[in-house]
Design a protein around this ligand. Sequence first.
Ligand SMILES: [Zn+2]
Length: 412
Amino acid sequence: MKRTNTTPITSFFPKKHHNDDAQSHRSSSPLDEPTEIEEPQHGDTEIGTSSHLSKEPILDRLTDFDVISLPYDPGLRRKLTDFHINDRDIIRREYVRRGPCQPRDHKFPKTKRNFVVAWFDKFKPWLEYSKEKDAAFCFVCYLFKSESVSGGETFVNGGFRTWSKTDAFNKHVGNHMSAHNNAMKNFDVFNKQKSSIMRCFENYTKEAKNDYRIRLEAAIDALRFITLQRLTSRGRDESDESLNQGNFLELRKTFAKRDSNVARALFDKKVPGNCTLIAHGIQKQIVSVFAKETTKKVLEELHGGFFGILADESADIADKEQMALCLRYVDYKTGEVKERFLGIVHVGDTTSLTLKAAIEKLLGANSLTLSSVRGQGYDGASNMRGSINGLKTLIMKESPSAYYVHCFAHQL
Ligand SMILES: [Zn+2]
C-alpha cells in the first residue's frame, strides 16, 4: 500500500468523547440499553478524552505497519468510519485475528463496584475491557454495527462503566432485531466469507499446482530430449493449424497421447492462457536452468582442484565476437581426466586483455579463480599465444604454473 504522506500513529486514537452525541444516540435508540443507564459520572467523563488526539478522519490509506500498530485497547481506538473506506475490511480482519480485548489478569480498579472477570465468559464473543478507560466495550458492535442501525452506542463510543447496572449487558444484546444482534450476524457472515474464500483458494491451488507441475515436467522432458539430441526446439510454423509445429510442441503432443492426465493438464480448455509454459522465453529459461545444473555437476567433479583452460574465439553469424571456454581437470572421485564446456561469452573485441577479462569474469561467476589455472591451450593466434602481450602471458603473470600447450588438433 502506498500513501502520499504519513499519518502520525497518535491520530488513530479518539480525541474526545462527545457527551452530546452519546445523549442523542441514547434517547433515540429504542433497542439500546435503557435510558436509565447512568451517564458516566465524574471520572467517566474522561472516557475517550485525550486532548492530544485528533478526531480528523484518516483519508490516507493505511500502511501494513499502521494496521499492525492499531491500538488493542478498545478505549484507544478510533471509529471505523474515520478510516478510508477501503481500509475498513482490512482493519476488521486485523481485529478479528486478534480477538476481543479481554485482559483477564488485569487488576481492575477497586471502587464500590468494579468490572468482574466472569463477565468475559458470560459475554465471551463480544465483551471487551479497556484498561485505559476502565470501561466495557462491544467488540462486535465496534467492527460490524451498521451505521444506519441505531442502538448500542454506549458500548462503542466511550464505553460503559456503570458497574452496578449489570443488566446493561443483557440489554445491550437485546432481542433478535437489536443493533448488537445485527452486528453479530454481520460478524458471522464476515467469518463465513473468510473461511469459504480460503477453502476455495486452497482447493483451487491444489489442483492448479498439480496441473502446473505436469505442464512443467512435460516442458522439461521435451527440452531435455531436444538439447541432448541438439535439435531445434521451434518449428517453422507453430500455429494450431500447422501439420508440424516443431520439436517442442510435437513432443508435448506425444506425451499427451500416452497419458490422459497429461493430456488434460496440457491441452484442456481450462488451462490458463498465461500458464501454458510453451512461450519461447520460458523454454530459454528452462534451458538456462539445464546449463546451471550441468555446470554445478562439473564444479562438483572439479571439487575445488586445479584445472586447465581451453579457449577459442570466433565471430558468429551476426559478426559478433564470441569466446568459448572449456575446463580440463581430473574428476576427484574417479581420477579420470575430463574436458567440459563451461560457457560462451560475447566479447567486444579479441585483444588479449579483453579475452582475459572475459575469462576471469566467467570463472568468477562459477566461483573459480585464475590462481587455480595450471594449463592453457589455445590455437596459434598471436593474441592468444603471443609471448609479449598474448593471453597466455597475461594469465601466466597471475598464475605462473599455467603452462601453455598449443592446441594438439591445430598442430596435427
Ligand atoms: Zn454489541
